[in-house]
Design a protein around this ligand. Sequence first.
Ligand SMILES: Cc1cc2nc3c(=O)[nH]c(=O)nc-3n(C[C@H](O)[C@H](O)[C@H](O)COP(=O)(O)OP(=O)(O)OC[C@H]3O[C@@H](n4cnc5c(N)ncnc54)[C@H](O)[C@@H]3O)c2cc1C
Length: 505
Amino acid sequence: MKRLAIIGGGVSGLAAGIYARLCGLDCTIYEQHTIVGGELSGWTRGGCHIDNCVHWMTGTSPDSELYNVWREVGVLTGVEGETIQNEAFLRVETAGGERLDMWQDLDRLHRDMLAVSPEDKPMTDRFIREVKAYRCVELPSKFPPGQLPLSELWRLFRRMRRLAKIHRRCGRISIADYAAQFKSDVIRKMLTVYFPPQYNISSLMYVLAIFSNGNAALPRGGSLAMAMRMARRYEELGGRIITSRKAVKIEIDGGRARRVLFSNGDSADFDFIVCACDTAVTFHRLIGSDRMDKLFRLWYGLPRSYPVHSSLNLYFDVADPCAMLPDTSVFECEPYTIAGQKHDTVLLKNFNSEPTFAPEGHTVLQTLHLQYDGEYEFWSRLRASDLDAYRREKARVAAQVIARIETRYPSLRGRLTCVEAVTPASFNRYCGAYRGSYMSFILTPHAPKVVHRGVLKDISNLYLAGQWLQPPGGLPNAVLTGKFAIQRLCRREHIPFVGYGVTWR
Ligand SMILES: Cc1cc2nc3c(=O)[nH]c(=O)nc-3n(C[C@H](O)[C@H](O)[C@H](O)COP(=O)(O)OP(=O)(O)OC[C@H]3O[C@@H](n4cnc5c(N)ncnc54)[C@H](O)[C@@H]3O)c2cc1C
């Protein structure tokens, strides 16, 4: 049987492994950590479960193509109650006391926006109309880019043709510029507080559209449970996982990847290799930067057009059920600083829909603070130069944030304990995330959306997977690139592909 190595056991690596087993390949996943999951992970601190990743997962609606993939990889099984559908994506409160919920029900959102700001009616009407138009968008999940049959291209074109004009315009406006057209402070805040404001507005409209479609709910059990479901599915299909095994080099000879060398001195030969680790690791450590192709050179080489972002995430054990807080909320507050940058809002994620995450009567709250390139430098330099100072800085920020939460919610005074702080440096250290970014390149108005085909011209048996191939990344792109890597391999090697879509028999 042909032997396949998958480097990296994140969502993309696990997905590649599952489809490889469905297609009958002898497959081993090598993961540098003690568990698989990559960014899709969770752990315990101070008696609380720390959920590292999922705030919404695209593909939870049975009407979407992606739903079939989540089912095939074992994340969704079609059982009622396995996802959590919140009423609102986000609640925003300004310092002036205005409040707005980004409801799943777009007509309700429309009414509320008009109520808070009648003078913004033309912009509000247009915004809701445009979000509704994005509801037709489907993430093509059957066939890899470049392998879509004409009939499929035609179907997608017909489905989305009415969006073309809107998308051409909205793809070229940043969230910041779009929001600036509203007079209302709370509407501007609602649009700019969650996503990096350099994103094009179409990205936010798309997320809101799929959320309103019921296609972006939360998988019950959170990130770790989701990763473990994928790992179980893979192992039940006969796949092998070797953890604590870091790949350090791939030997390439005569246009073929022949051997993987590991940090413990072991090496092994394979017929095919899927690199499902961060592509910066693939290029800079495993195969050499000189093998980077034109598209990756463009992406990495033009950080102004293709920026990345990260966040500082704090986790609090709260001795309160936090019933007054929705799933996700943002409030304006006294300014505070992180890595020399001023922040004047706190974004709270409430985990009380997962009662096992905290001791009885307690809740885990997470705060997310967007961080960019400069902040990544700050955290990684501080950690490398002075570990104690790094820890003190995390504690200082946590104290500032606790003070703001207590001011906004006096009933929580004295009830918050910071149990974990994850910085952009942590994401890089843990998963090799390029500049601490746990998503792919931001879709800005200056750069058209392009996807990578997942193969390199001069290495015939090496396939790429992972969210970096399909900006802006995230779980759907990660799982699809894992599937697509195996579809490409099957096509090239004349192996029947087994799975949703079926490209080759
Ligand atoms: C705070 C946070 C919030 C998020 N929220 C969402 C959300 O709400 N919705 C959403 O869709 N996405 C979200 N994401 C993004 C999502 O987690 C990622 O897009 C996805 O998990 C990426 O999967 P991947 O397989 O491409 O990469 P990774 O998860 O990075 O997996 C790569 C794996 O390769 C391993 N590896 C690296 N180098 C080596 C080596 N040399 N040898 C062996 N193994 C190696 C790593 O340890 C890792 O396990 C969030 C992420 C974070 C951190």
